[in-house]
Design a protein around this ligand. Structure first.
Ligand code: PRT
Ligand code: ZN
Length: 285
């Protein structure tokens, strides 16, 4: 019987979230630190633990059928693979940064400068598109120390909170790309493998929907219900149940978490009380 080979990062920023995603999809597997691959007990998949840099090539060559990694790496490696789904974690950006004391007149700053990066392809494309002639120093790690040790004038690196740049006396001047984890796939999967992939993607979407939404319960005077439904536009068809106390009811629905937080004050002033917000485990639309 056919099985789908999934490549995930062995150890790094993507590993925990990749494991968790597969586990939340009901895929059970052991993940000893020394193993390079393992089979799931209850789903036809084999999981390969690799360096993220190698995943695009392995998926192109079908050593793995699909892989989970940052979109930044997918674009840098530029292999012939399909991006199948955005996963919403490992959000970051690829940015240019210069020494914080330098003034920045705009992108032309980079003309004739040396820029250190682990993303030479993306950076060189960006400079070409913007008519900048700079020298690119490719280095594989600790890019942010390059200006401090005289290796480069500026850097192009992944930024998340910005604290690494700050600690190294650098400041972000422009963002080249925004990225998050994605699933990539080989473009020529067999029908059998595609069927397994469809089942997996269905589960992944259910997990993603559940993460973005919350189940909400609140009590409110009957007279306020219409107003509350207006405040929470995501709430299409709430369940409304009468409470033992006359003139009051309880309202249950599913809302987007962001929407809920933005509107909590309006809900309270409309008379909502006893608001409960409960995580959803799976949500199938
Ligand atoms: O060993 P392997 O090759 O598998 O892993 P790796 O060391 O190459 O990659 P890893 O685990 O560091 O990152 C994997 C992926 O996580 C990246 O390709 C991005 O898609 C994503 N990601 C998300 C990040 C960050 N956030 C991030 N902050 N990757 C790297 N960083 C680094 C960045 O390089 C810089 O050194 O963190 C520092 C900046 O963080 P802040 O918070 O100080 O701005
Ligand atoms: Zn890597």
């Amino acid at each position: 019987m056919s099985e789908l080979k999934i490549a995930i990062q062995k150890s790094g920023r993507l590993s925990d979230n990749s494991h968790r995603l597969l586990e939340e999809c009901g895929i059970k597997f052991s993940n000893g630190t020394s193993v390079l691959k393992t089979r799931a007990a209850n789903f036809p998949v084999e999981i390969l633990f690799l360096r993220d840099d190698d995943i695009p090539q392995y998926v192109e060559q079908q050593v793995a059928d699909i892989g989970i990694l940052g979109e930044n790496m997918v674009l840098e490696k530029n292999k012939n693979v399909a991006v199948l789904e955005q996963l919403g974690f490992a959000q970051c950006r690829l940015s240019l940064a210069i020494r914080k004391e330098e003034s920045y007149p705009g992108l032309q700053y980079f003309n004739n400068k040396r820029v250190a990066t682990s993303y030479p392809r993306l950076l060189s494309d960006y400079f070409t598109e913007n008519n900048i002639k700079a020298e690119i120093e490719e280095i594989s790690g600790s890019v942010e120390i390059a200006p401090g040790i005289g290796l480069a004038d500026a850097v192009c690196d992944i930024v998340s909170s910005g604290s690494t740049l700050m600690t190294n006396g650098l400041r972000e001047v422009t963002t080249i790309l925004r990225s998050e984890a994605v699933i990539i796939g080989n473009k020529k999967l067999s029908e059998e493998k595609k069927a397994i992939l469809d089942r997996l993607l269905f589960r992944i979407r259910a997990v993603k929907n559940a993460r973005e939404n919350k189940y909400i319960l609140l009590n409110a005077p009957e007279a306020s219900i219409q107003e509350i439904c207006r405040i929470l536009p995501g709430m299409k068809s709430p369940t409304i149940l009468p409470l033992a106390e006359k003139g009051w009811c309880s309202l249950h629905s599913v809302v987007k978490e962001d929407e809920f937080w933005e509107r909590i004050d309006q809900l309270k002033s409309a008379g909502a009380e006893g608001i409960l917000v409960i995580p959803i485990e799976k949500m199938i639309k």
